[in-house]
Design a protein around this ligand. Structure first.
Ligand code: HEM
Ligand SMILES: *[C@@H]1O[C@H](CO)[C@@H](O)[C@H](O)[C@H]1NC(C)=O
Ligand SMILES: *[C@@H]1O[C@H](CO)[C@@H](O)[C@H](O)[C@H]1NC(C)=O
Ligand SMILES: *[C@@H]1O[C@H](CO)[C@@H](O)[C@H](O)[C@H]1NC(C)=O
Ligand SMILES: *[C@@H]1O[C@H](CO)[C@@H](O)[C@H](O)[C@H]1NC(C)=O
Ligand SMILES: *[C@@H]1O[C@H](CO)[C@@H](O)[C@H](O)[C@H]1NC(C)=O
Ligand SMILES: *[C@@H]1O[C@H](CO)[C@@H](O)[C@H](O)[C@H]1NC(C)=O
Ligand SMILES: *[C@@H]1O[C@H](CO)[C@@H](O)[C@H](O)[C@H]1NC(C)=O
Ligand SMILES: *[C@@H]1O[C@H](CO)[C@@H](O)[C@H](O)[C@H]1NC(C)=O
Ligand SMILES: *[C@@H]1O[C@H](CO)[C@@H](O)[C@H](O)[C@H]1NC(C)=O
Length: 368
């Protein structure tokens, strides 16, 4: 039997239509555009370079697969899949990555080293937003999940504000209705929520993300969350002593480094680590999806669903048609003389030279 689930409930499609109308009004007629193999001609080895790097990185540090998958989803939900999570704060701007909510994110250095390899092979061609998308899909593939043919051609944005993070991050204690509404804001359905939460089949969470459920659960006047399996609670207390906010714990207690059905089996057995994982059992449709996948004998259907929902997520707020730029370094917007408007024949070296000579002239002028 298939884990069928309506892709859009009646209530949701109203939201979706309103959202689509609003977005259309905002964007005018030029629809943001991604396609399979956008770098076929301009950097044919791009996807291979990312995969090779990711394979080496995950072989050395298996935990980074989850970190890079999460990095991409956080990028997409805050201002779209346009690489803004990678931008560093500047003297007059606190960037997304420095929001307290994003302090736990890891893997920035992996993106930087992949980007350096890509710049060496094809200067100024592959966007940081696409590096994130490709690294995330490779994390899934390398941990034995599906190969996701993710469309590319995203451009990089240059806005990254810590103030955008809170309204675009689900609260740790969000209700299932709140989560469905949150996903609806991005035109993602309750099914996308049930499916994408399956990403928590790999990776870890800090004790701080769930310790309230163990020691400090007030909602029902209980010390611990009564919806959490009692043995699992005891195990978790062993891993996270009271007040320990830093230790990392597998999100999927069954198989934390393999992309499989272990997450759904855990959630169905009241062993969803985060409150938002357990919440999937509190809506009839998301619960049905979870218990169905928990009973599945093979992951094929989850894999196909995940690929589709991942691609849906990967299209949030994409920049194209020169609305964005191709950043040279993922942590900073390009200096003006090296923007995407620069002639494509100008190599990165020439651009850097030009930029630095401009800086020296300005510096000289200031000194004189
Ligand atoms: C339903 C909304 C979601 C919520 C509330 C949520 C929340 C969280 C939280 C609190 C953590 C732990 C962070 C930490 O303590 O360091 C986490 C980790 C993670 N999340 Fe989610 N998440 C959601 C959706 C997603 C999606 C859509 C994806 C990807 C498709 C994803 C992938 C991951 C991964 C792989 C990790 C492990 C990170 C690591 O090992 O470094 N999450 N998530
Ligand atoms: C992904 O988006 C497409 C169209 O945008 C939609 O038909 C489909 O239902 C979505 N996928 C899921 C799993 O909701
Ligand atoms: C939202 O999803 C529907 C299908 O579920 C799709 O037709 C529509 O184009 C999407 N809108 C946006 C803005 O992505
Ligand atoms: C790139 O090549 C792949 C495989 O041949 C093909 O499926 C895809 O459509 C191509 N994309 C472009 C933009 O040429
Ligand atoms: C912030 O500083 C950058 C240079 O670092 C400058 O280009 C920009 O105009 C400044 N923005 C504001 C709002 O001051
Ligand atoms: C319980 O949680 C609140 C925040 O949710 C925190 O301020 C408080 O210090 C916690 N108490 C204990 C004993 O951990
Ligand atoms: C507290 O948790 C226990 C299970 O540990 C449960 O039986 C009881 O109903 C909970 N109390 C409240 C008020 O929810
Ligand atoms: C949970 O713990 C109790 C007591 O330690 C034990 O009897 C029981 O078998 C455990 N249940 C599971 C499912 O591990
Ligand atoms: C299988 O599905 C049933 C409901 O259809 C559910 O009660 C049961 O917990 C599921 N099995 C597992 C291993 O989660
Ligand atoms: C931000 O991006 C826009 C569009 O690409 C560009 O016009 C603008 O100059 C950029 N600003 C900075 C500071 O790079």
């Amino acid at each position: 039997r298939a884990c069928k689930m309506a892709s859009g409930s009646a209530a949701l499609s109203v939201v979706a239509v309103a959202m689509a109308a609003a977005l259309l009004a905002l964007c005018g007629s030029t629809e943001a555009h991604t396609q399979f193999g956008a770098y076929n001609k301009t950097c044919p080895q791009a996807e291979d370079i990312v995969f090779k790097e990711m394979t080496a990185v995950v072989a050395k540090s298996p935990g980074l697969a989850g970190s890079l998958l999460r990095l991409f989803s956080v990028d997409c939900f805050v201002g779209g899949c346009e690489g803004s999570i990678l931008l560093d704060s500047t003297t007059n701007n606190t960037a997304e990555k420095d929001s307290p909510l994003n302090k736990g994110l890891r893997g920035y250095d992996v993106i930087d080293s992949i980007k350096a390899k890509l710049e060496a092979a094809c200067p100024g061609v592959v966007s940081c937003a696409d590096v994130l998308a490709l690294a995330a899909r490779d994390s899934v593939r390398i941990t034995k999940g599906p190969y996701i043919p993710v469309p590319t051609g995203r451009e990089d944005g240059n806005r990254s504000s810590a103030a955008d993070v809170t309204p675009n991050t689900p609260k740790p204690d969000a209700s299932i209705t709140g989560l469905i509404t949150f996903f609806g804001k991005f035109n993602l359905t309750a099914k996308d929520l049930a499916v994408l939460s399956g990403a928590h089949t790999i990776g870890k969470a800090h004790c701080s993300a769930f310790s309230t459920r163990l020691y400090n659960f007030t909602a029902s006047n209980n010390i611990s969350d009564p919806t959490l399996d009692a043995n699992y609670t005891a195990t978790l207390r062993g891993q996270c002593a009271a007040g320990d906010l830093a230790t990392l714990v597998d999100l999927d207690p069954n198989s934390g480094t393999t992309f499989d059905l272990g997450y759904y089996r855990g959630v169905a057995a009241s062993m969803g680590l985060l409150s938002t994982d357990g919440a999937l059992l509190l809506n009839e449709d998301t619960r049905a999806y979870v218990t169905c996948q928990a009973n599945a004998t093979a992951p094929a259907e989850f894999f196909a669903d995940f690929a589709a929902s991942f691609i849906n997520m990967s299209k949030i707020g994409v920049l194209s048609h020169h609305k964005g730029q191709i950043r040279r370094h993922c942590s900073a917007v390009n200096p003006l003389s090296a923007s995407s408007q620069a002639p494509v024949t100008m190599g990165a070296h020439a651009a850097v030279l030009l930029a630095s000579s401009f800086v020296s002239i300005v510096a000289l002028a200031l000194v004189l």
